[in-house]
Design a protein around this ligand. Sequence first.
Ligand code: AMP
Ligand code: ZN
Length: 467
Amino acid sequence: MYLYNSLSKKVEEFVPHTPGKVAMYTCGPTVYHFAHIGNLRSYIMEDVLEKTLRYNGYDVKRVMNITDVGHLSSDADSGEDKMLKGAKREHKSVMEIAKYYTDAFMSDCAKLNIKTPDVVEPATNCIPEFIHMIEVLLEKGYAYKAGENIYFDTSKLESYYVFGNQSSDDLKIGARDDVTEDTNKRNKNDFVLWFTKSKFEDQALKWDSPWGVGYPGWHIECSCIGMKHLGEYMDIHCGGVDNMFPHHTNEIAQSEAFSGHKWCKYWFHVHHLNDETGKMSKSKGEFLTVSLLEEKGYDPIAYRFFTLLSHYRKPLTFSYDALDQATATYKKLKNKILLVPEEGEVDEKAVEEWHGKFAETVGNDVNTSMGITLLYDVLKTDLNGNTKRAIVDDFDYVLSLDLLKADEESKGGEEDELTAYVEAKIEERKQAKKAKDFEKADAIRNELLSKGIVIEDTREGVKWKRQ
Ligand code: AMP
Ligand code: ZN
């Protein structure tokens, strides 16, 4: 397989740390609100990546955290606590908010056919692990105490800006109006590992620690949860592009300072879904959720199809027109598959050949749109119906578009419709023949033939079958 690596900024051959096995990590949601369909674009693409790895024969272990503590409204440790903000908004406790929005997130993922990662761990489950990592960082001299908080000292690293894409704005923390500079920090990009003194005296969740009662910073959770379940070497770490700085940069800083060696080899970043006005947000304009799409009559899987038509490394603009178009294309594709007759013996060799082609195509930096093109190519071949169906089913392991399941579900209705249509045409042809309008009768026969329906005049009357 080949993957673009944000560290090298190149498409590289994928070689995991342990042959045949993949340790994969995904930054999970901050559960203070519903996920918007932009967030879910990232999770869909990460799901496709996981399934592509499995499809290519890798044994994948995938871990995802749930941020239920410590994420302030600015990624750079300032602003309001996101969880507390959600709790205040809804007059609920922080734990109630966390439970409600974790369940909502899982339900959205299920509707989009996103597989649940092997391990899903809330940050609040891992406080002892966070404390241990921070203790080691203090011992090794990578962290310091100031103003009763513990900070990571970025000046101790040989290179901090590993992704090398920071804009000058990123480097000027404190320059924005809504961000007050934390004067405890020795260097502008130092970040909090543990808060004991914060402006949030009413912080709901606090734990005892060697440095006093407090709570963890946001970045520490992904390093610790990753190491807890995947060990000290990670193969692929995923997230949206906004996570590159400071979140992923800080994760790398503290993980490598802790272990003393390189941590994660490949960094997979999904570009943003934007609305027509620019960046998608949870506070501005219409809040685009899966439930909203459903209320408007859209099938969540049609949204999945819409995202698969574009490459994950390109920004994607959402509009209802674009979703309408994708929905129409998706329906047509499913109907095409519905018309594939269930006949013939499955040609296993052909299935294997197409499996290889698909593995290579989608395995080339998760090229989902080319994968979908390959699906149309299969439908155009002269393979028998059951072989085509077996190949579609095989591709759908990765695409997860319910290409055959929907077929099964809607089959009753669609079959009835087809029968009614054919019978009406046969009746029309009978009337045309009676009126000696043979030209019209032939035209009807040809019309049916163009739809794959063959009619036969027999002594018992007109019979029809699929071609
Ligand atoms: P959050 O719940 O805000 O921590 O975000 C969850 C995931 O969604 C992270 O991987 C983000 O990088 C990603 N993300 C945020 N906004 C967008 C967007 N507009 N399009 C795609 N992914 C996004
Ligand atoms: Zn993370």
